[in-house]
Design a protein around this ligand. Structure first.
Ligand code: SF4
Length: 79
């Protein structure tokens, strides 16, 4: 099991595909043109956080499973 959890907020995702371009092994667009998490096995959490930082909609959330800490987004960007 991965030590982190990644989710995409579909109320925010506009399908810009930036995350898919940065991490195609992790993110795929679904049939609605929105990003979904495909796989995270063997992926460095830092690369996921860096990708989440690039999302123009701040739609990607990364959480440390063991501590519950939200690695991204920071509190001020969460709505
Ligand atoms: S970068 Fe953000 S808005 Fe663009 S597809 Fe990925 S999650 Fe959606």
């Amino acid at each position: 099991m991965e030590s982190f959890k990644v989710t995409v907020n579909h109320n925010r995702c506009v399908g810009s595909q930036l995350c898919v371009m940065f991490l195609p092994a992790v993110f795929k667009l679904n049939e609605d043109g929105q990003s979904t998490v495909f796989a995270t096995a063997g992926v460095d959490v830092n690369s996921v956080v860096q990708t989440a930082e690039q999302c123009p909609q701040c739609a990607i959330r990364v959480e440390d499973v063991s501590t519950g800490e939200v690695l991204f987004p920071p509190v001020e960007l969460e709505m």
